[in-house]
Design a protein around this ligand. Structure first.
Ligand code: AMP
Ligand code: ZN
Length: 328
């Protein structure tokens, strides 16, 4: 009896599967008489990966079908079925046209390079480690951080907010979970539009006290936001959480900045309570607009630690912005 046959057969009962990768790799090796390539194996994984098929079904609708149906009124779509009405080509004409369209697509590949054409699908830092993916999805509570759809309905992808090629880091605050629709819409924005959004994260205003903050005042930071101590603290350890980008108030924040700020608020809460056991609560506050009391027009969130007895009657808390309404 063949030794290989015996080994491969007996492995069937031992194989613990975390995924379908192992059987697929072995099938490729068996098919190739003991030899295969990474390319073959990857293609075999892909043939099972419905999330990729879903992605390209979606792309078909929003990109080539959209353009072509504007040009050809015969081109119709009902759900996943595409039809070119009054189709009357002979076999020769079919062959000729396919050949011509192939030539056209090969010209594009030769000119641009296939890697660049599919470059937006590439994971910008190679593979994002599973543990990071897990943390990002956990933080996003398994929902797309742009549209809110759940992971069960649409596969979520972990995305670099600022791409590594633009200096973005591989840290939690620079990742977000996006469903493949939101992610593809982000990637499919033409380069100049996308570049504008990215550049806007670097916006700083000359003369703005928080844009010009000295590094030595920063207590803690992540990719998109930082923390400083408030110069005139309401209570001890009162601090401000501030987006790096200059924007005037809370309503101008981008979702990734809200995530970054929220992460810093949570980290500061834990740190402060570790350091100061008298802290028993917090007020988290933001003044948006002069009438609300805002004095510095670069968005910031106040994190104000609260202690027992720090005021006579704390009831109502932030309701105290209108003094005689605090207590109800
Ligand atoms: P707001 O009234 O919400 O605009 O809050 C501005 C906050 O910034 C106040 O709590 C001030 O105490 C604080 N503040 C003002 N100047 C500085 C500064 N140079 N560094 C740190 N905090 C400051
Ligand atoms: Zn500013």
């Amino acid at each position: 009896m063949s030794k290989t046959y015996h080994k491969l057969k007996s492995y069937l009962s031992k194989m613990r599967m975390f995924h379908i990768y192992q059987p697929l790799l072995l099938i490729e090796l068996i098919k190739g008489n003991g030899k295969t390539t990474g390319n073959n194996i990857a293609k075999s994984f892909l043939s099972y990966d419905e999330t990729q098929i879903d992605y390209y079904k979606h792309i078909t609708k929003i990109m080539p079908f959209k353009v072509l149906s504007q040009h050809f009124k015969e081109l119709k779509r009902v759900k996943e079925n595409y039809t070119f009405e009054d189709f009357d080509l002979t076999e020769n004409q079919k062959e000729e046209l396919i050949d011509l369209y192939r030539k056209k697509l090969n010209q594009k590949i030769d000119k641009t390079g296939i890697k660049k054409i599919f470059g937006h699908r590439k994971l910008s830092s190679g593979v994002i480690p599973g543990s990071t993916r897990y943390k990002v999805l956990l933080r996003a509570k398994n929902r797309c951080e742009s549209c809110g759809i759940s992971n069960d309905k649409k596969q979520l992808e972990v995305d670099h907010i600022i791409p590594r090629t633009k200096g973005g880091k591989d840290e939690l605050s620079n990742f977000q979970a996006l469903c493949y629709t939101c992610n593809s819409q982000k990637s499919n924005k033409d380069d100049t539009h996308f570049k504008k959004i990215l550049d806007s994260y670097n916006h700083r205003k000359k003369g703005c006290i928080f844009c010009d903050i000295s590094k030595s005042k920063i207590v803690k930071s992540n990719e998109l936001a930082f923390v400083i101590k408030d110069n005139y603290p309401v209570t001890k350890h009162h601090c401000l959480i501030i987006p790096k980008r200059h924007c005037s108030d809370y309503f101008d924040l981008y979702q990734p900045e809200i995530n970054a700020i929220s992460q810093l608020i949570n980290e500061m809460k834990v740190e402060l309570q570790k350091k100061d056991k008298t802290i028993k609560g917090f007020n988290i506050g933001n003044n948006s607009g002069e009438v609300s009391g805002q004095t510095i027009f670069h968005c910031h969130i106040h994190l104000i630690p609260r202690r027992k007895g720090d005021t006579n009657n704390p009831r109502g808390g932030v309701r105290g912005v209108i003094k005689d309404k605090q207590n109800y």
